[in-house]
Ligand binder design. Structure first.
Ligand code: PA5
Length: 528
């Protein structure tokens, strides 16, 4: 394409959403001239379905739930006065509670002001808070943040050692919508044990954010934790950043949560627009549809040119892949729908995988995120008339051009600055794009049967381990090969798993291993 037609195409497909402090450019996506016309009816239908979803239609049929994250930033939309009230009351409680913590009206057990926060959660109960804490945090933070987002004991010990002696001024948020997620439960138990070692009562430092009546909720009530905040069945884990899950941590950190709510609210308004060019979420969803129509499945690479946004790809990876990655559509047909999402940040990735993006398979489209504001105040001049931020911006444009010149597709989201408002708007933008895309594809974006399958399989592994240990304990003088043990446990279908379990137990000194000439001949005995 010559320069003048490129400029014309840019002007057509660069849409500036001034009130959102954001622009979207899809001019470097290679969709056909009739693309919009071809998909007009399907996207309009998706917009209508979104409208019904926002009014409280059951949009997650498997779980028979409404999908109400849009009400969180506009309680007037909630289908009942009761839901509207609980949304407003929760935001108010978050603001009041955070203020009491900041002003020392609520103190730790030893009478200290809380200065640290340990957040325990996983998936949708951690990724949003991590993204926001990194995007909007800084030297003015009112509290320092730490995360347990896994069940890795070594990982948690590292976090605890960073908190060190400040555990007595650490508030621990345990976040789980279901209240029964094992990784989070384990994190809570490890944190509890650390408080006990420091002769502190965990309950005096703990907050639960969970569904009413969940295991976690009951425990927090029973042990009289410092406070409890609600999660509702009509908010999904990965769309919960604008509920107490994301707002409480953000408020504690000192982030302007009203700005986040406003940004999300404004984006919701913009993305209800049936005029496609004026609706950035509809354009993004359409571009994802286009990516699936070009013969090969295309991955989605997020490249924000801003360190603060480096977790955006992890956050969006979950939002998009857990929502869209589905075996079956709503009719029950096998579709294996999905978009691979990865990324990190520019220009760092220029020195990593961008080489392959330019010269390897053209099986992706990049979403660049351009941030206009470099830093508060003026920047150091590193060369004549050039700052470090100018370099960052030039690397963004350079990579965008280099990809374009080699027929690689990209879109660009431009934001004025990273602020509570633009971060709230970005979250709402992709929540809506995911919703529209899934309606267009006829899939349920709001369940996660694949995640459940993995959890179920892990529970079976724990059951095998329990059986194995019990058998070894009941036969303390015997040393078993994997095959013998499997036979006696009637677990011959799980030989491989038993082999792995025994080796894991051996390395962690919970069983003895007697080595043999081959690794499969080793025998295992209980450690007294
Ligand atoms: O998006 C989701 O629903 C999941 O990623 C959940 O957030 C994740 O499995 C954690 O679940 P819970 O909040 O119930 O502990």
């Amino acid at each position: 394409m010559d320069t003048s037609s490129r400029w014309t195409r840019f002007q057509t497909f660069y849409q500036n959403y001034k009130s959102l402090g954001m622009a979207l450019d899809i001019s470097r996506m290679n969709f056909s001239a009739d693309f919009f016309e071809k998909h007009q009816s399907s996207i309009q239908q998706a917009l209508t379905s979104m409208n019904q979803l926002e009014k409280g239609a059951i949009a997650n049929p498997d779980e028979n739930r409404m999908v109400g994250h849009y009400w969180l930033r506009n309680a007037d939309l909630a289908p009942t006065a009761e839901i509207a009230k609980v949304i407003r009351d929760t935001v108010e409680k978050i603001i009041e509670f955070s203020s009491s913590i900041h002003h020392g009206h609520i103190k730790s057990q030893r009478g200290k002001n809380f200065s640290q926060v340990l957040l325990i959660g996983i998936g949708g109960s951690a990724l949003g808070p991590q993204f926001v804490a990194n995007a909007l945090g800084g030297s003015d933070d009112l509290m320092s943040f730490y995360f347990f987002d896994n069940t890795d004991p070594d990982g948690m010990n590292r976090v605890l050692s960073r908190i060190g002696s400040r555990l007595d001024e650490t508030l621990t948020l345990v976040i789980s919508k279901s209240g029964g997620t094992k990784e989070t439960r384990n994190g809570m138990l490890i944190a509890k044990a650390a408080y006990a070692r420091a002769e502190l009562n965990f309950a005096r430092h703990a907050i639960a954010i969970t569904g009413e009546g969940s295991e976690l909720d009951n425990l927090a009530k029973e042990e009289d934790w410092l406070s409890r905040f609600p999660m509702w069945d009509w908010v999904g884990g990965r769309t919960s950043e604008i509920s107490a899950v994301g707002l409480l941590p953000a408020a504690l950190q000192g982030i302007d949560i009203e700005g986040m709510l406003q940004g999300a609210h404004d984006m919701d308004e913009a993305t209800r627009n049936v005029n496609l060019l004026q609706n950035p979420a509809a354009l993004i969803a359409l571009m994802w549809v286009h990516m699936g129509e070009v013969g090969t499945t295309k991955d989605l690479v997020f490249l924000p040119y801003k360190d603060r946004l480096e977790l955006v790809s992890r956050y969006l990876q979950q939002l998009i892949m857990e929502s869209i990655g589905k075996e079956k559509n709503l009719k029950g047909d096998i579709v294996h729908e999905g978009i691979v999402v990865y990324g990190n940040k520019g220009s760092t990735d220029q020195h990593a995988y961008v080489q392959q993006l330019r010269e390897g398979p053209a099986d992706f489209a990049v979403t660049f995120i351009e941030v206009l504001k470099d830093e508060p105040g003026t920047s150091l001049i590193v060369e004549e008339d050039v700052t470090s931020g100018d370099y960052l911006h030039s690397f963004f444009m350079g990579t965008r051009n280099a990809l374009y010149d080699n027929a690689r597709e990209s879109m660009t989201i431009t934001i004025d600055e990273v602020s509570p408002k633009t971060v709230g708007a970005l979250i709402a933008l992709f929540e809506r794009a995911v919703g529209l895309y899934s309606f267009m594809k006829g899939i349920n974006a709001y369940h996660q049967p694949g995640v459940e399958a993995g959890k179920k399989a892990a529970t079976e592994m724990i059951a095998i381990q329990r059986k194995a240990l019990a058998h070894l304990r009941n036969n303390p003088s015997r040393s078993f090969s994997v095959e013998e043990l499997a036979r006696e446990l009637d677990s011959e279908k799980s030989l491989e798993e038993l082999f792995k379990i025994l080796n894991h137990l051996a390395v962690n000194q919970r069983v003895y291993v007697e080595p043999a000439s081959t690794v499969f001949g080793s025998t295992y005995k209980i450690k007294n």
